[in-house]
Design a protein around this ligand. Sequence first.
Ligand code: M6R
Length: 364
Amino acid sequence: EKAGFEHFMMKEIHEQPKAVEDTIRSVVKDGTIDFSGVGMTEEDMRGIRQIYIVACGSAYHVGVAAQYVIEDMAKIPVRVELASEFRYRHPLLDPEGLVVVISQSGETADSLAALREAKSRGIKTLGIVNVVGSSIAREADNVFYTLAGPEIAVATTKAYSTQLIACYALAVQLAKVRGEIDDSQYAYYVAELETLPEKMQRIIGDKERIQWFAAKQAAAKDIFFIGRGIDYAISLEGSLKMKEISYIHSEAYAAGELKHGTISLIENGTLVIGVLTQQELYEKTVSNMVECKSRGAYLMGLTTYGNYNIEDTADFVVYVPKTDPHFATSLAVIPLQLMGYYVSVAKGLDVDKPRNLAKSVTVE
Ligand code: M6R
């Protein structure tokens, strides 16, 4: 059942290119995105004044990435919120808003409660859900089914990756129907989306290098992930993967926030992972990495091929293929999933069933 892999998590990491391709194919036909299967018309899309993305854990991290993508492409204000906070804060909701609930299981208690709260206020809802017929899928006004297939490992990988695709497709389609991008930009984004599975495959093919590096981190006490913009969203997910299965304390910081407190935690040899896929923020994050290094940090850089001068700063570098910067999360997350996995294996831990955690959190 693990198809020759030692753990479900590794099997699912390998299933990502296919899961992403299937999810893209479910909405992209002949170079055109079609949301009719989701049940959203162009008229619905033109009328949206505000988007609220509500989710937990990794699905929330998808929302953080999506917030940057949707606002930048479609010019619609987006607010992303933890479902456990949303449900109790009596949120002020724009009646012309759209509440997007992202959930692999479709059963997460807080996410389901958030969906019900939105519906009871008469706000339109869209579920991005993996499990067919789950509660969120049944109750949302519209559903985008991610085609990840069954995910067994507690640490999500392929479901997360397909949730990103759903959000990108939504962003590109919203941008198009609202006239924020022209036909050639639209064609470019759709074509770029279609290149992701092959690029993901290439990153997975390089896994031994990450394994070698990860094995050396097994004794780490703390790991910090830093990045700006979309690279911050990637950092959040990398950090969660690490702590969830390797039991190493880790934190993700928006790189500019370090100086406001956290940098005092950097000691000699503390691993700091700088995520640098966003070219316009590259130099800024590099300078934050340099600040960490001068306090003794050991630096890993995660960036795109071409940014070879990162080797002047970082002690270890992982390169991923280039894509449009909006879609960078899909590629850069993979080395971080592999890092968490290999550290967990090096420590001899139960990768697929980490302590204290359940696959689906049905109590609040
Ligand atoms: O089923 P859901 O997508 O609603 O689950 C949300 C979180 O519980 C989930 O993403 C959790 O954070 C994962 N274990 C992270 O790997």
